[in-house]
Design a protein around this ligand. Structure first.
Ligand code: SF4
Length: 397
């Protein structure tokens, strides 16, 4: 194996590019959440600041982009006219005719008019921050919606023809076996095409830590969480959703192109406070940028014609290559071809990574197949549970 092998193209086809736009506004902070968000902050000037940021930084990504994704925070805290304006700003720069245009919404923000207006604004896909249909689970998580509101929001969105996915948080203390089965079956019956399943994690300094200490919430149980992860994979598979990433399950044709872009080493321009950006330059170095998560200074700088405060990180060839492999393994369908990623990052030392993967094969965490004369490495079902360990071995940390 040699990165200089002239028969191996650095880029399988053309590498995709996308735009991520972080909308930090939330109605309130959910007790388990440690994201970069703003509660109760004015949205005045947000769209104008994004327009200014796009003007300043458009040269950091290849146009047209294949995907546009609005995440948060809660993008649906913005009026739909503002969302439409944001889509049009990106479209003016170059959005592929078949682009995936996605956003995250919360159920309490959705009514029939809002749902229909999302289609008119050019969105093709929506991800609902549902977490569960179960009242007890929603109460534990401190969510702003109840089962009825969740059902109505998902139903309204599906009826518009948008591709609808829902997020589910699993491993919540007190949840019974029926809860997961009901959530998956209800989502399927409503016409949902994509499920993102996240294990509840206790992040430091979140209100949930204090609530558990005070006895106001039950403590998280690691064994229950491991069982819940396995169970949700079984349930989603039985319901016709294929697991194509550690936390992602989709019906045919409903995988998230934007999320796959992250795992398959695409370039993306991150706009908004707290957004990350990533690209690979012609020399194979990976460039990552972290924009300040503080809304006010971000907005003030951009409205004054200056770039917002940010940190830049440059990954050398070896580090960038190892990271590409660790990320790529998350894509259970595509897996990774070491030679392609090595060529992309001009990496010449494959031995350590190959050794780590071979050790993972002996543990049954990774499998390797010969495809088109090249070896493709993928996590096994067991490896998907221990993906962090495999990633650490690949990264050499
Ligand atoms: S709505 Fe989402 S981003 Fe906002 S606080 Fe709750 S979990 Fe965090």
């Amino acid at each position: 194996m040699n990165a200089a092998n002239p028969t191996i193209s650095a880029v399988p086809g053309s590498r995709p590019s996308g735009v991520y736009l972080h909308v930090p506004h939330c109605r309130r902070r959910c007790p388990y959440c440690d994201f970069a968000i703003e509660v109760g902050a004015s949205t005045d000037g947000f769209v104008e600041a994004v327009a200014a940021e796009l003007d300043l930084r458009a040269g950091e990504v290849r146009w047209p982009v294949a995907t546009l994704s609005l995440g948060g925070g809660t993008p649906s805290q913005l009026p739909v006219a503002a969302l439409a304006h944001l889509v049009s700003l990106v479209r003016q720069r170059g959005l592929a005719s078949d682009a995936e245009v996605a956003l995250e919404v919360n159920p309490e923000d959705i009514d029939g008019d809002y749902a229909r207006a999302l289609v008119d604004a050019g969105f093709t896909r929506v991800s609902v921050g549902l977490q569960s249909f179960d009242e007890d689970v929603l109460r534990y998580l401190g969510r702003a919606h109840d089962r009825r509101r969740g059902l109505d929001a998902v139903d309204l969105l599906v009826r518009t023809g948008l591709h609808v996915g829902v997020d589910l948080i699993v491993g919540v203390p007190g949840e019974g076996d029926d809860r997961l089965a009901d959530d998956v079956a209800t989502a399927r019956d409503l016409g949902v095409g994509h499920l993102s399943t996240y294990i509840l994690t206790l992040e430091a300094d979140t209100p949930l830590v204090q609530l558990i200490k005070r006895g106001a919430r039950a403590a998280i149980d690691d064994d229950h969480q491991a069982d819940a992860y396995e169970r949700v994979v079984d349930l989603t598979t039985a319901a016709g959703f294929a697991q194509y990433e550690i936390s992602s399950h989709a019906r045919a044709g409903r995988t998230s192109r934007h999320n796959r872009l992250y795992w398959q080493r695409g370039d993306y321009l991150g706009l908004g406070p707290g957004a990350h950006s990533f690209r690979v330059d012609d020399d194979g170095f990976a460039l990552r940028r972290h924009t300040t998560a503080r809304l006010q200074p971000w907005r003030e700088a951009l409205l004054a014609g200056r770039d917002a405060e940010h940190d830049d990180e440059v990954l050398d060839h070896d580090h960038a290559f190892r990271e590409a492999v660790a990320f790529g393994l998350r894509d259970l369908g595509a897996g990774v071809v070491l030679e392609r990623l090595a060529a992309l990052h001009h990496a010449v030392k494959l031995d350590d990574v190959t050794r780590a993967l071979r050790a993972a094969v002996t543990r049954d965490d990774v499998m390797v197949n010969e495809e088109g004369g090249l070896q493709t490495w993928r996590l096994t079902a067991r490896g998907a549970r221990f993906a962090d360990r495999v990633a650490r071995d690949v990264l050499g940390t």
